[in-house]
Design a protein around this ligand. Structure first.
Ligand code: SAH
Ligand code: MG
Length: 204
């Protein structure tokens, strides 16, 4: 099926079923990053219904592959169905389970490193996802993290509601880590905040 029509259908599904896919601002930033960097191997943490997966594969070079991790069997079934109707079905591997656990296991299974890792599952786990993604990342690879400004709370003095406190604390921790050597990070404020992180290397 034609990609753009399928993306629109997925946007409508997400809205009707309250699935937190990349919002409008986030979509634009994410698509731009992918278009610019053209990753060949993508690892996604948090599939939901496969929206960002399809967006990524359709904005990079032909023949790219994407592996994506998702906890919810129900969402994964929806993702499988949507992606199965796309032109990219054969380029996607979906893994069901807790992302932290799956990531820890991937190091032993995956031989080729990833050019782009997209963090978008449990927001309170980003520091852990980062640590577990680094061994899987190509030397010049990048990590993109969604929702890093979390409804404005991360950079605000305002005390977040109790249910968000751990998330906000961990996202602050995540940003502090990736904004210091050996990392360099750009935070895009559009959407719910996206952080684009690369590693910096000492010149030899
Ligand atoms: N990347 C998607 C949206 C992902 S929404 C897009 O933009 O299109 C976040 C997803 O992370 C949800 O589907 C949720 O089920 C999943 N998730 C939450 N905790 C998780 C965990 N511990 N392991 C794996 N997936 C998790
Ligand atoms: Mg998100």
């Amino acid at each position: 099926m034609e990609t753009e029509a399928l993306l629109r259908e997925m946007e409508q599904y997400a809205q009707a079923h309250h699935v937190p896919i990349l919002n409008e601002g986030g979509r634009r930033v994410f698509a731009e990053i992918v278009r610019e960097r053209r990753p060949h191997r993508i690892l996604e943490v948090g599939t939901a219904i496969g929206y960002s997966a399809l967006l990524a594969l359709s904005r990079t070079d032909e023949g790219a592959v994407l592996m994506s991790l998702e906890l919810s069997a129900e969402r994964l079934a929806v993702a499988r169905s949507f992606l199965g109707r796309s032109a990219y079905a054969a380029q996607v591997t979906l893994l069901e389970g807790d992302a932290g656990t799956l990531l820890a296991g991937l190091a032993a299974q995956v031989t080729d490193p990833f050019d782009l890792v997209f963090l978008d599952a449990a927001k309170g786990q980003y520091p852990d996802y980062l640590a577990k993604s680094l061994p899987l990342l190509a030397r010049e690879g990048v990590i993109v993290a969604d929702n890093v400004l979390f409804r404005g709370y991360v950079r605000s003095e305002m005390r977040p509601p109790r249910r968000y406190r751990t998330i906000v604390k961990r996202l602050r921790q995540y940003l502090a880590t990736v904004q210091a050597p050996p990392f360099a990070t750009t935070v895009f404020e559009r959407g719910d905040g996206l952080a684009l992180t690369r590693r910096i290397y000492e010149e030899t």
